[in-house]
Design a protein around this ligand. Sequence first.
Ligand code: ADP
Ligand code: ADP
Length: 229
Amino acid sequence: MSFIQIENLKKEYKTGDQITTALKNISFNVEKGSFTIILGPSGSGKSTTLNAIGGMDHMTAGKVIVDSEDIANLSSTQLTDYRRSEVGFVFQFYNLIPSLNVLENIDIVRKMSKSSISSETILEEVGLAQRKHHFPSELSGGELQRVSIARAICKDPKILLCDEPTGALDTETGRKVLQLLQSMARLHNKTVVIVTHNSSIAQAADRIIHIKDGIVEKVTNNPHPIGID
Ligand code: ADP
Ligand code: ADP
């Protein structure tokens, strides 16, 4: 049985009396320890799908089974616990707190989880030990994304969810960030799901889920994913 199973997922957003069907019918599996990329144009439903796995939003129909449990069946307390300890998030625009330094940004998220991982160790692994007292405004885009990867890993979650993690970076910096994500995921044995509209980064994945207009167009398996190095 796959670690994550998405079955016939449907999501309608209601805005006033208008209904937007973001997901019509989405099904796919994610294997434990794998690197999966959800690829598709803007507005196709990628973020909505990622939010479903992250337990961030209620779905209209369908199942999101993580580690044999349908997360739609969790109570809201259990769901908060799931988000806090089982899922690490990496966002396009980093979402760091501007008034906290690098170490504090990591610690605030780590302490909410039950993780015993040392923030300092992870900062060394992402090459930012010497930046721990810097504030977000003092860092480059690539460094900010390395901090958010460290923040996500520090929770010691089972799953890393990344929404356009290279979207705000130039090609070369994006390549390095993806490479770091790959090596950190391998080192800490994480299951990674990345959302992107950029097909050039998809070659790094074990599996590519092609999404268009709220349905899965095709699934491509890559038996020999290319290391981004
Ligand atoms: P993608 O990540 O592929 O760009 P999204 O999952 O963000 O796509 O959005 C899919 C569709 O759902 C789009 O038409 C978008 O406008 C709509 N949508 C997303 N979030 C909301 C929301 N909170 N309220 C209403 N419509 C939304
Ligand atoms: P709560 O329901 O307790 O307010 P949240 O959904 O705000 O919980 O956050 C739960 C977990 O989700 C946090 O531990 C954090 O890692 C992650 N998370 C949610 N939103 C963000 C964000 N904007 N930036 C970083 N992490 C986030």
